[in-house]
Design a protein. Sequence first.
Length: 628
Amino acid sequence: MKTFAFALLLSFAAVAAAADPIAVGRDYHSFAEPTAFRVKHLDLDLQTSFEDKRLSGVADLTITRVAPDANKLTLDTRDLTIRQVWWLKSARELVPLRFTLGARDAMLGAPLNIDIPIEATPEFVVRISYQTRPEASGLQWVAPAQTADKTDPFLFTQSEAIHARSWIPLQDSPQVRMTYDATIRVPPGMRAVMSAQSENNDSAKPAADGVYRFTMPQAIPSYLIALGVGKLAFRATGPRTGVYAESATLDAAAYEFAETEQMIEASEKLFGPYRWGRYDLLILPPSFPLGGMENPRLSFITPTSIAGDRSLTALIAHELAHSWSGNLVTNATWRDLWLNEGFTVYLQGRIVRAVYGERRESMEEVQDLDGLRKDLGKLPPADQILAIDLRGRDPDDVFTQVPYIKGALFITWLSDRFGVDTVDKFLHDYFDHFAFQSIATEQFRGYLEAHLLPQKPRAVTAAELDEWMFAPGLPKSAVLPHSDAFALVDVARKNWLAGKTAAADLPGKQWNTHEWVHFLDGMPAQVPAAKLSELDAAYALTASGNAEISLVWLRIAIRNEYASAYPKLESHLTTIGRQRLIKPLYEDLLKTPAGAERARAIYLKARPNYHPIATTALDQLLLRKAAP
Ligand SMILES: [Zn+2]
């Protein structure tokens, strides 16, 4: 997932339980007990109802009995209505099973306990008839007005971290991997897509009866099960790549992401074969709360990454890289998220370098480091640790820059000590070794000690490894990126601020998104209104359709009360739902009484368009403070 720093407010000190040592590999965020029973396959049959915002149908779970005497199966659910549960004793015999839904935990949802007959062994199928509720945390039902085409509604799922349980009853833990089949019934004219192979899907036109069948033959964790439903068109961009999008976005998306096949080829050269068949992109409505989500075979992508000049395609490199780090070798628990995200950011850099060159890679790395430093400045020490203690906390809290950028800098540090080629080869073998497994930090450490360290015995010490994995902050030995391109932008900014260069004479027309963001981000707190108007007149910054540039420009506008940009501020906040692009603006507005008033007025208008994941974080910021 590509998402940054929205959970800082939720980062309270860990719970009392933190005094006990962590049981390595134990998932504290699931009620499931995979040592008793383990789900190995899921077969879904769901009807999509946009009118009452519900999915309704049955889930057949194929389950392996692990403990011979176990008689209770516990599944994760959140806000599901469970209608009936059966044991499929044979093709013709459905045996009703007793079940109870436990008390609802605000963070984890409610355990579904099912009595299992002792003769159900060694493998059996449980059928659950259920429906979701409109408030399901993993589903967003988007109204037609909030889509690109504005003609039809849109539904998309976001299962990571623990939201799959809000639309499917299952063992919602990254260490339980399953294959799946699905039949999805949607209104005729609409199209369903999933993180799976389409069985009956002619990508050129939607199914006349609205029934779509899918199969995912590779075993994946629950957080990678994904569904999108909308009035979607398809355009191929390569032999195994393509884009699903609404008509209004299709051309722009197909152009922007035309280099995806090249990225796959570059990745395969470095890290081994791409094992998932096709790699398509689903372009979501702007309310998607994240940058992207690495759902296998079909990454979910924010339309705010379409800049028109392919300058934000590192996002695609990121989601694609997850096909190795994350989807193939998966974190066993959310404490181990850095194994997914840190490795992925490192791979992303390797892919960007191969396809776009070192200049662009280093600009992106410098900006990533800035983001990490900002987070480290705000986070308590316990939250600056790669292998973080998340007991008693929402796993969505872990998605700060720490597992992403500090995690990537750890691999960069290894490649500095052992050589880039040696580390690439090590990663290639590591992905092979743990393919289709979910592992904990300590398993990675063991593999590292057995396979990389002996290649150069004195290159790193155990104390250094401990510091990287288990200590807060950024180790002094970190190898930090540098960008010559940004040094030139710094000079340009200085000359413009000093009045030595007119705005129109800046090299702004040649700058890409990164250079513009760097130029604006480095502005002093106060810039005279006349200077802002001059810059705006020369480059139409207020009117920019590039959401990344808008973000930094609007932040300057807020702190300098540059009123010409206020209408844009409102339209930005009411159309975009990607947290990284909206939360800093609300935070900036809240710094003054007049700004706070504007923030709350806009939020009330915008809130119905935001995803539940976004409103959970923003309500704390904007509604709690509104109370006396
Ligand atoms: Zn990611």
